[in-house]
Ligand binder design. Structure first.
Ligand code: GLU
Length: 304
């Protein structure tokens, strides 16, 4: 399938907490790339993982985007309203014979990984395929996985350059429906990006590792693969990605222009000599935005 020819971008935060500097960088990068290409920019809330959600986070994220001048097109889509579409996609994959039920607990997976040496140098764990040929007698299904076969997935990232991943060796058959019954992010994101006809995904490089899985699902579901641009990850002074878990400081919406100035600098647009207001800053940034100037490497950008 061919990629959507009109530019359609999106920002898809999980409502696990308020917007912080790292998520502002992701939002701003995708906004600028979309707007500077005359494109549409959508906001989608990835709220299909209730255990990880924080009450009020969605409203707080949207307020922060508005305060920073990042206005989106159309209605905000909530993944929690799209469960049926994910279920349909899962059914389609089932009918194609590429999924199977899995009875393994985390502990069983860890034990057999140790036994068979199934860990990669990157430290991520590979599913050892225990239930691939059927569950052991007496076991009942917990999760549902997709069969990988021998897929080596490669793509040209607009910032990071050529990326290739041997899914069988580095990931293994991955989960589409979790043991708690929830649809996995990898499937939901593919269904939504296809439904919203997203042409270009600009997001943090912490998701670079997930992209080959998503491309694999796009091929199985026969939907088009968008272009990808993975932005450098913002880390704290200890080298950890800014997140709720690492106690990232929520953005102060009253400091929007200063926050944007820092985020632009992080994205390779030193705007020190540029304009001071939110609107003028964004207009200026749209004129000079160039993916080629975005640094590749993760970098520290502590508030201040
Ligand atoms: N909701 C995901 C996150 O906040 C991002 C999804 C995406 O951009 O694909 O990490």
């Amino acid at each position: 399938m061919t990629v959507e020819s009109r530019y359609r971008g999106r920002f898809a935060p999980s409502p696990t907490g308020p917007l912080h500097f790292g998520s502002l960088v992701a939002a701003l990068g995708s906004y600028l790339d979309a707007r500077s290409n005359g494109g549409t920019w959508l906001v989608r809330i990835d709220d299909i993982d209730p255990p990880r959600e924080m009450p009020g986070a969605t409203a707080s994220i949207l307020r922060s985007l508005e305060s920073h001048g990042l206005t989106w097109d159309g209605e905000v889509v909530l993944q929690s309203t799209r469960i049926e579409a994910y279920q349909d996609a899962l059914d389609q994959l089932r009918r194609a014979g590429v999924t199977y039920p899995c009875a393994c607990t985390r502990k069983e997976i860890a034990d057999s990984q140790r036994r068979f040496g199934y860990t990669t140098s990157a430290g991520s764990n590979v599913y050892p395929g225990t239930c691939r040929a059927g569950m052991a007698a007496g076991k009942s299904a917990r999760a549902e996985r997709v069969r990988i076969g021998s897929a080596v997935i490669g793509f040209d990232d607009l910032i990071q350059g050529p990326v290739s991943q041997d899914l069988a060796a580095e990931v293994g058959d991955f989960v589409l429906r979790r043991a708690d019954g929830l649809i996995a992010y990898q499937l939901a994101v593919v269904v939504d990006d296809a439904e919203q006809r997203i042409s270009t995904i600009v997001r943090g490089a912490d998701l670079l590792d997930s992209t080959p899985r998503q491309i694999h699902l796009q091929r199985l579901l026969e939907v088009s693969t968008p272009r990808y641009a993975h932005l450098p990850v913002v880390v704290n002074a200890s080298g950890e990605k800014l997140s709720k878990q690492t106690h990232a400081i929520p953005l102060d919406n009253h400091q929007a222009a200063a926050n944007l100035t820092r985020a632009l600098r992080f994205l390779g647009l030193p705007s020190d000599a540029g304009p001071a207001g939110v609107t003028e800053l964004l207009e200026w940034a749209m004129r000079v935005w160039n993916l080629a100037h975005v640094p590749h490497e993760r970098a520290c950008a502590e508030p201040g």
